[in-house]
Design a protein around this ligand. Structure first.
Ligand code: HXC
Length: 257
């Protein structure tokens, strides 16, 4: 499959997807969306692939939804076509996706990074929801995911003022898992993804599903869901293999069953 606005590369069991519209700082237009969704579906369906990394350029992960594409749209276009709804498919990928963010992750760029399972940030990363400066609001989950990630005070301040948050502040606030030097970002993300891809595939899916459940359930429901999934892992061949491998002091040899 050939794409024009993204680059897709397989590095062993890791799919590396690079946003590639440098002339527009990787602004997310309809073509980027459809290509990204195609690449993510292919990744999810490919049994040789265990984890994906989504990254951009050194200057910009993505500077937002494409303002030039949205400029002429009215309510009927936006509401009638449920503009941005397509991005929800992105969050339904069952294998993990790491966002590796360098430079600007603004508006839709910040929102897509937050749709990924976690964010690794370069020390140059800048996160923001500047939509208010365009007299609009976040539209791809930014107000909701940012509030859950960093709490009300910071999310509210960022949405109301459009100010950007640097990498260190983002790490302190819990928006990103780690900050690494910009020059090491992609290699670190691919290495982290390779570690995830080396785990038993059903356990990877189950761990992702249960952490995500924490954001959709009460504590009691989430804990019950976790326990049932934990029980279910004991119906897998890889659980027997994983525990035998530990006892026999050797690496596990997974079948994905
Ligand atoms: C379309 C964009 C763009 C965007 C940058 N460009 N961001 N095009 N949509 N979101 C284009 C510029 O027009 C310019 O094209 C080229 O990329 C380089 O950008 P510059 O502004 O010249 O770069 P710089 O001076 O370094 O400033 C970088 C920046 C600034 C601070 C990131 O580009 C910026 O503020 N961008 C907009 C950020 C934003 O508001 N994002 C949220 C969008 S709304 P030309 O052709 O002039 O060279 C959104 C969610 C929508 O994402 C939800 C509901 C509507």
């Amino acid at each position: 499959m050939s794409y024009e606005t993204i680059l897709v590369e397989q590095r062993g069991a890791v799919t590396l997807v690079t946003l590639n519209r440098p002339q527009a700082l990787n602004a997310l237009n309809s073509q980027v969306l459809s290509e990204l969704l195609g690449a993510m579906r292919a990744f999810d369906a490919d049994p040789s692939q265990g984890c994906a990394v989504l990254t951009g350029s050194e200057k910009a992960f993505a500077a937002g939804a494409d303002i030039k594409e949205m400029q002429a749209q009215g309510f009927a276009d936006m509401y009638g076509h449920d503009f941005f709804a397509g991005w929800d498919v992105f969050t339904r990928t069952r294998k993990p996706i790491i966002a590796a963010v360098s430079g600007f992750a603004l508006g839709g760029g910040c929102e897509v990074a937050m749709m990924c399972d976690f964010i690794l940030a370069a020390d140059t990363a800048k996160f923001g929801q500047p939509e208010i400066k365009l007299a609009v609001t976040p539209g791809m989950g930014g107000s909701q995911r940012l509030a859950r990630a960093v709490g009300k005070a910071k999310a509210m301040e960022m949405c109301l003022t459009g100010r950007m948050m640097g990498a260190e502040e983002a790490e302190r606030a819990g928006l990103v898992s780690r900050v690494v030097p910009a020059a090491e970002l992609v290699e670190d993300a691919v290495k982290t993804a390779a570690t995830i891809a080396s785990m038993a595939p059903l356990a990877v899916k189950a761990n992702k599903e249960m952490v995500n459940a924490a954001f959709e359930t009460t504590l009691a429901q989430g804990v019950a869901f976790e326990r049932r999934l934990f029980h279910a892992m004991f119906g897998t061949a890889d659980q027997s293999e994983g525990m035998a491998a530990f006892v026999e002091k050797r690496p596990g040899n997974w079948t994905g069953k």
